[in-house]
Design a protein around this ligand. Structure first.
Ligand code: SF4
Ligand code: SF4
Length: 159
């Protein structure tokens, strides 16, 4: 299992309707991070603050400008050209648990093209799942172990 390459695929794949936030998270944003709460509408994330329509991509996903500048091209054209643009989360410490819990399962990672996966992980997915659970132990309960009663959407999605 490799470290996360910040390829951004997971955020791009799930942020247009595949993510959720708990009412506690939304309440906390409303009190302490209103700039995040403005992208919530009727408990749904990530929504346009004025139109209330679902955004095609998370507003907090940020292409690494330094890398794009370095290549003298925009993030979009870098991606089109097969260049390496790294992405980061501008609300990393206050992101929802649904984001914090990713990646949950080897199947999910394979489906999403997660770049943490190595060939040997695919050869032995049970061992790889254990390694992933260990890697994510600070962020979520293990997939194979006892599951907390308040599963996130990410945990449920991965089953
Ligand atoms: S909040 Fe952060 S981690 Fe979650 S989808 Fe947006 S950029 Fe990705
Ligand atoms: S898809 Fe995998 S490698 Fe890419 S940003 Fe998400 S966790 Fe990292």
């Amino acid at each position: 299992m490799k470290p996360c390459t910040q390829c951004g695929k997971c955020c791009q794949h799930y942020s247009d309707g595949g993510l959720s936030a708990t009412s506690e998270e939304i309440d906390w944003w409303q009190t302490f991070r209103p700039e995040i709460a403005r992208y919530v509408d009727d408990g749904q994330i990530w929504m346009h603050p004025e139109t209330g329509e679902r955004l095609p991509e998370c507003p907090f996903l940020t292409a690494d400008a330094a890398r794009a500048d370095e290549q003298s091209i925009t993030s979009a054209s870098a991606a089109n050209a097969g260049g390496r643009v790294r992405y980061s989360c501008s609300i990393y410490h206050d992101r929802p648990d649904d984001c914090r819990h990713y990646p949950v399962s080897i199947d999910e990672m394979r489906r999403d093209g997660c770049e943490m996966l190595e060939l040997r992980d695919l050869d032995n997915p049970i061992r790889a799942q254990r390694a992933l659970d260990q890697l994510m132990s600070d962020s979520r309960p293990p997939l194979s172990g006892p599951v907390a009663s308040t599963e996130s959407g990410a945990t449920q999605r991965a089953r």
